[in-house]
Design a protein around this ligand. Structure first.
Ligand code: ADP
Ligand code: ARG
Length: 342
């Protein structure tokens, strides 16, 4: 393998941090699962418009390829090599009364975490049979859920296109054919081994074998962030009793994309800010101040429609889950105040 060429206008973290020296030092290394540098960087090489451009095939990728991953982790999360990650999933520690009790701005709230099974490769390096084993064990765990978390697993294999499209449109299911995941090797053997579990109300959902082996999701209409967080924590604890999660003292919950390490949590609202949207500089000044990310109405790499945005915490590592939700809450409260003042 030779040093990849990037277009001159490339701004991804991969092109920033994969210097010829780092490349030379890492190009012949392989993890115990056989994952190589070439695989780790393929998504960012094939997609030079990536923001990040790298994926890990297993926990070992983060140490073996540390000269590439460490500066990316530091740049994205502001988290240094010597730091330790701390978890706090206690809803009593969260101070987040509904920032929009009249329901004028917030359409819905969603909080998700990524989780992977301890001791197995991550999605980019997993084999077909291992992926199917993950599906079987996660589904077995989910099928024992009771009460408000009780629901049904719907495998993608055999799901009709119209049902699949409706679930995607309604913001419940992951999309198909993502080019970043494709180049990372995350879409191999599609759709086998993938699926979605949800409770009857679709307020608790689990994505199986998408970018991470599990995405555990709590969502509902309106802005009751604490209720969403509380349900999520109950679900994480219930699933964690059945399936051991990959976790490290340094990096927290291990995920395939370095942006998701740590809490692996993205807490978001869909929020209508039509006035603020006319002044994107003012909008972005607030989101930067509160460490927020702006996404479009159909998730990552989508556009806003009708002044409605997906606003979420950007940092996930080196802060606790409670702080990640607090980032979102504080920022969303500031955005609402700014919208009201216009
Ligand atoms: P992820 O959150 O899992 O990283 P995406 O950004 O692709 O991935 O979002 C996944 C789906 O969740 C998309 O359909 C998106 O519109 C939906 N979604 C995200 N936040 C909310 C929210 N607050 N309310 C409703 N749907 C949401
Ligand atoms: N690999 C994509 C990029 O670099 C996505 C990175 C963050 N998002 C994610 N879903 N992991 O732009």
């Amino acid at each position: 393998m030779t040093y990849p060429t990037f277009p001159s206008d490339c701004t991804s973290m991969l092109c920033r941090f994969l210097t010829p020296e780092v490349f030379e030092a890492l190009k012949d290394k392989k993890t115990a699962n056989g994952f190589t540098l070439e695989q780790a960087i393929n998504s960012g090489v094939v997609n030079p418009d990536s923001g990040i451009g790298v994926y890990a095939g297993d926990e070992e990728s983060y140490t073996l390829f540390a000269p590439l991953f460490d500066p990316i982790i530091e740049a994205y999360h502001g988290f240094g090599k010597e730091q330790k990650h701390q978890s706090d999933l206690n809803p009593d520690h969260l101070n987040a009364p509904n920032p929009d009790p009249e329901g004028e701005f917030i359409l819905s709230t969603r909080i998700r975490v990524g989780r992977n099974v301890a001791g197995l490769p991550l999605g980019p390096a997993i084999s077909k049979s291992q992926r199917n084993e993950v599906e079987a064990s996660v589904v077995e765990g989910l099928e024992s859920m009771t009460g408000a978390l009780e629901g049904t697993y719907y495998p993608l294999l055999g799901m009709s296109k119209s049902v699949q499209e409706q679930l995607i449109k309604d913001h419940f299911l992951f999309k198909e054919g993502d080019r970043f995941l494709e180049a990372a090797g995350l879409n191999r053997d599609w759709p086998e081994g993938r699926g979605i579990y949800h409770n009857h109300d679709k307020t608790f959902l689990v994505w199986v074998n998408e970018e991470d082996e599990m995405r555990i999701i709590s969502m509902q209409p309106g802005g009751d962030i604490k209720e969403v967080f509380t349900r999520l924590v109950t679900a994480i604890n219930a699933i964690g009793e059945k399936v051991p999660f990959a976790f490290s003292e340094h990096l927290g919950y291990i995920t395939s994309c370095p942006t998701n390490l740590g809490t692996a949590m993205r807490a978001s609202v869909h929020i209508a800010l039509p006035k603020l949207a006319r002044d994107m500089d003012a909008f972005k000044a607030i989101t930067e101040k509160y460490h927020l990310q702006i996404r479009g109405i159909h998730g990552e790499h989508s556009e806003s429609e009708g002044g409605v945005y997906d606003i979420s915490n950007r940092r996930r590592l080196g802060i606790t889950e409670v702080q990640a939700v607090q980032d979102m809450y504080d920022g969303v409260s500031a955005l609402i105040a700014a919208e009201k003042a216009l």
